[in-house]
Design a protein around this ligand. Structure first.
Ligand code: HEC
Length: 196
């Protein structure tokens, strides 16, 4: 099956390209720095939004094509490579991090845990800029924004059909990513820029 089945997904790829991962050159004035911070926040935001759209398009398309069990298998195979390939192409690292992770590759490191705590206690939850090893990082909250998320992240046997739940357990024996309700904080995008 094709990775980007729709024109819309291709359009988002173009958006991603426009939202290049290299933050602008630093300027040495306070106003310059403020503008720079704003520009980095905006760039991170457009990359996260575009990436989110691509994943959403893909999961919706897979669900329509083969139902939730098929979509779980599809996410299992495609979510990481899709994210990684865009990370590589645009020279920034794009990740999804969650304290209640499904894929252990999305487990928070020590820094991420602190950011997750800070983010969760911000009201309303908001994005943050940070850095790791001298690299600028943009973090953006991910919420359970629509009822469709609950088909795979809600209550087992209720929103998550037993057949879907079995498929999830088979691919992810240590899954933590169930029991959510609509509107819940689910995790965050972490966009690590290639330059400081
Ligand atoms: C068809 C089932 C399905 C649906 C619907 C679904 N997800 Fe997921 N979700 C998964 C699977 C499977 C993974 C693990 C992907 C992987 O292996 O990288 C995952 C992973 C994630 C992650 C990465 C963190 C982690 O736990 O590994 C986030 C964040 C996430 N989902 C949020 C959402 C949101 C928000 C929605 C609704 C817009 C949604 N999901 C809808 C199945 C689904």
């Amino acid at each position: 099956m094709k990775i980007f089945p729709t024109i819309e997904a291709m359009a988002f790829m173009v958006m991603l390209f426009l939202a290049s991962c290299n933050p602008k050159q630093q300027q040495n004035t306070t106003a310059g720095n403020e503008i720079d911070t704003l520009a980095i926040m905006q760039r991170g935001d457009s990359i996260a939004n575009a990436m989110q759209e691509v994943l959403l398009q893909n999961v919706m398309h897979a669900t329509k094509k083969g139902g939730p069990v098929y979509a779980v298998a599809f996410c299992n195979e495609r979510a990481m490579p899709l994210t990684d390939s865009l990370s590589g192409e645009y020279k920034c690292k794009i990740q999804r991090i969650s304290d209640k992770y499904r894929n252990p590759a999305n487990k928070p490191n020590e820094n991420d845990e602190a950011v997750l705590l800070k983010m969760k206690s911000s009201n309303p939850v908001k994005p943050f800029l940070g850095n790791e090893n001298g690299k600028t990082i943009y973090y953006k909250p991910i919420k359970i924004a629509m009822p469709a998320c609950l088909n795979c992240h809600g209550a087992e046997g209720k929103e998550i059909a037993m057949k879907t739940f079995a498929a999830i357990r088979q691919k992810y024996p240590d899954d933590l990513a169930t029991g959510y309700k609509e509107g819940d904080f689910r995790g965050m995008w972490k966009i690590t820029f290639s330059e400081k």
